[in-house]
Ligand binder design. Structure first.
Ligand code: GLN
Length: 224
C-alpha cells in the first residue's frame, strides 16, 4: 500500500483528498493529510494544493515542515497545483515583498498571478496529449494562477514533458504574442521525472484524469 499525503496547511486540500479517495481502492492507496514532519515521514508521495504560496511556505516554516519538505522533494514524487506549482519551481517572479520560499524540484521559473490583474480567474478547455482519452478536452479552472515563464533543465536533469497546454488563441490579450505557440506560458501541466505540476485546479472538477496520471506516472512508474 502506498501512502499519498496532501499538504494540509492552507488551501484546497480537502478537494484533493476527495479526488484521491476515488482512486484509493483501485491503486491500493492510503490518503492522509499532512501538517507535521511525522505525517510527512509516512508518505510515499505528496500533493501540494492550491491556495496562497506565501502563506503555505510561512505555515510550513512555523510548523517545522519546510526543511523536511525540501528533503522530501529531492527523492519522492510530488505534485503541485497552482500555489503548489509555485512552490515546486526553482525560481519565481512577482513574489510578494519579503520574498517567497520555494521547495524547488522542477527546473522551471513561474510567475505568481501571471495572467495579469484583469484576468483573475477563467476556465478553458485544455489540450491533454499526455493523458488518457486525449481527444476529450479537460476543463482547466484557473484562479489567480501562476504562469510558466521559462524551462531551464540542466543537462543532468530529467527531461520536462508537456502534459497539457492552453490553445494559444485562448491566451488573454495581455499575454498574447505572434510567437506564442511554443512559448512556456501555454504549458499548464508539466512533468519532470517524479514531479508534476498543474497551474490550474483539477481537484475542482469531477474529471479525475490528472489525479490518475500522477498516481500512475509519478507514484508507480520507475521514472527518475
Ligand atoms: N496566486 C496564488 C499564489 O500566488 C495561487 C492561487 C491558487 O493557488 N489558486 O500563491
Amino acid at each position: 500500500r502506498k501512502v499519498v499525503g496532501i499538504l494540509a496547511l492552507q488551501g484546497a486540500f480537502v478537494e484533493h483528498q476527495a479526488a484521491l479517495e476515488k482512486l484509493a481502492f483501485q491503486y491500493r492507496l492510503e490518503v492522509i493529510l499532512v501538517k507535521t514532519p511525522e505525517e510527512l515521514a509516512r508518505c510515499d508521495a505528496l500533493v501540494i494544493p492550491g491556495g496562497e504560496s506565501t502563506t503555505i511556505a510561512l505555515l510550513a516554516r512555523l510548523s517545522g515542515v519546510l526543511d523536511p519538505l525540501r528533503e522530501f522533494v529531492r527523492t519522492k514524487p510530488v505534485w503541485g497545483t497552482c500555489a503548489g506549482a509555485i512552490l515546486l519551481s526553482q525560481a519565481v517572479e512577482n513574489a510578494k515583498k519579503g520574498g517567497q520560499e520555494l521547495l524547488g524540484g522542477m527546473s522551471i521559473t513561474t510567475a505568481r498571478n501571471g495572467w495579469g490583474s484583469q484576468v483573475e480567474s477563467f476556465e478553458a478547455a485544455l489540450t491533454v496529449d499526455g493523458l488518457q482519452s486525449p481527444d476529450v478536452p479537460f476543463t482547466g479552472v484557473f484562479i489567480r494562477a501562476p504562469v510558466v515563464v521559462k524551462l531551464h533543465p540542466a543537462p543532468e536533469d530529467p527531461p520536462i514533458l508537456v502534459v497539457a497546454r492552453l490553445s494559444p488563441h485562448l491566451l488573454p490579450p495581455s499575454l498574447a504574442s505572434p510567437h506564442h505557440s511554443d512559448e512556456p506560458k501555454i504549458f499548464v501541466a508539466l512533468r519532470q521525472g517524479k514531479h508534476f505540476l498543474t497551474t490550474f485546479h483539477p481537484e475542482l472538477t469531477d474529471d479525475n484524469r490528472f489525479h490518475e496520471y500522477f498516481i500512475r506516472e509519478c507514484v508507480f512508474s520507475q521514472c527518475r
